[in-house]
Design a binder for this molecule. Structure first.
Ligand SMILES: [Zn+2]
Length: 430
């Protein structure tokens, strides 16, 4: 269903150095790395280990504990005074997009240029402590190419669960409505009607999608659509979900308006992205169906302050000013009601690498710091279907680890200042 890692091992065997920074001088297969620190946060329980040792071998965690003996031939990394956590997971990014390209400037950007932006943004995101992202929407399969290049060790970046083009209705949020009719332009994810959406699901999977992204309602940063209006019908979404699940892919639904949220949940999607106008019935449905909510809240703070600097078109800014305050009120009610939440940012709408600013918003809306950290670790790993390989520091999982200087349970903004990053046993930030 998801990514495999045959290439990393080949790269290591061939002595190829991958990563933003040189990896270990001697990272031969079988070599043991012992990581020592002052503390380690168990993100499931909130318990803190003191003077922990993590043993890493072949990119995976072999053992973790307070008084582990270190094999004599191990390479020791001593993170004195720091606290270790599992690598963070962002369930809603667009690595190949940038904030300055939200309006007409986007039409002048080629797919190769977007892909290269994605390579830079992937590195920045990894260095910020996000060792896995779910990328939900990109042009020209640039996200699939980026994922494969990272897996091959060609460029540094997080693990990517990628969607390829997002599915949407003609003229909807996931269609490009910038062009006049004589250009006959439509985005590659556009599909209307049951046979067409079934074909589109099969097509994006054919070209490498790990997950299916759909637009269930209008959006904020798009022209001539209403965030509160639903777009796909219940029947179309049922066809998409049926086909995706049959082929082993989950479905992420962009949805702001209350009706679209409910239709998408009834259709069986795995996550609601944004959820700005979620109401009591929507909250009840999400809980009944065990559907994840992926709120993307910090972006509002950044975009309203920086609208002029990025030349955000006025109609889009006007929509943002209406939707944003409503979203915070409604999402807080969903948090209070105990909806399952996975961390997401929509990074691209604001600069990549600032993803961790989302944590403080969750805490402001009532989560404890531990609950906020869980959204980006255990919860997000479950949403991605990767609960057996990421999301906690446990034997058998990828050695995806980060370290911070202070106590993130006391001040969650410590996660905005990640000091050290390891992904699959290789250090990308020292
Ligand atoms: Zn998005």
């Amino acid at each position: 269903m998801f990514l495999t890692r045959p290439f990393a091992a080949l790269a290591i065997l061939a002595g190829i150095t991958v990563g933003a920074l040189p990896c270990f001088a001697d990272d031969a297969p079988g070599k043991v790395i012992a990581i020592k620190a002052a503390h380690l946060l168990n993100v499931r329980s909130g318990a803190v280990l003191n003077q922990p040792v993590i043993l890493v071998q072949d990119g995976h965690i072999k053992a973790v504990g307070e008084a582990l003996s270190i094999p004599p031939n191990a390479e020791v990394i001593d993170l004195q005074g720091m606290t270790l956590l599992p690598g963070l997971i962002d369930a809603h990014t667009h690595l190949t997009f940038n904030p300055q390209d939200l309006g007409y400037s986007s039409v002048a950007i080629s797919i190769p240029r977007e892909t290269l932006s994605g390579a830079k943004n992937a590195r920045v995101t990894l260095e910020a402590g996000f060792t896995t992202v779910r990328n939900v929407g990109a042009n020209g399969y640039s996200d699939i190419g980026l994922r494969d290049a990272i897996n091959a060790g060609d460029v540094p970046g997080p693990h990517i669960v990628a969607s390829g083009p997002a599915l949407g209705i003609t003229g909807g949020h996931c269609d490009d409505t910038l062009h006049a009719p004589q250009y006959h332009w439509e985005s590659e994810g556009v599909a209307d009607g049951i046979p067409a959406v079934m074909h589109k699901v099969r097509e994006v999977i054919k070209y490498g999608a790990d997950v299916i992204k759909i637009c269930a309602t209008g959006g904020v940063l798009s022209f001539r659509d209403d965030p509160q209006a639903s777009q796909y019908t219940l029947e179309e979404m049922k066809a998409i979900v049926g086909e995706a699940h049959r082929l082993g892919r989950k479905v992420a639904a962009h949805a702001h308006g209350g009706d679209g949220i409910k239709l998408a949940v009834i259709a069986g999607v795995d996550s609601i992205e944004h959820g700005s106008y979620i109401d009591d019935d929507g909250i009840k449905l999400l809980k009944e169906h065990h559907t994840y909510l992926v709120p993307t809240l910090y972006l509002a703070d950044w975009i309203i302050v920086n609208a002029e600097a990025i030349k955000l078109p006025k109609p889009l800014l006007e929509k943002a000013k209406v939707v944003v305050p409503m979203a915070r009120i409604n999402i807080k009610r969903a948090f209070d009601a105990g909806v399952q939440v996975a961390f997401g940012t929509d990074a691209a709408v604001y600069p990549h690498g600032l993803n961790a600013r989302e944590f403080a918003v969750y805490v402001k809306l009532g989560m404890t710091p531990l609950q906020a950290i869980q959204t980006a670790t255990v919860n997000a790993s479950q949403l991605l279907g990767w609960g057996d390989r990421i999301g906690s520091i446990e034997p058998g999982k990828f050695a995806d680890l980060i370290a911070v200087q202070g106590d993130p349970l006391n001040d969650v903004t410590e996660l905005e200042r990640v000091r050290w990053v390891m992904k699959e046993g290789q250090v990308y930030k020292r």
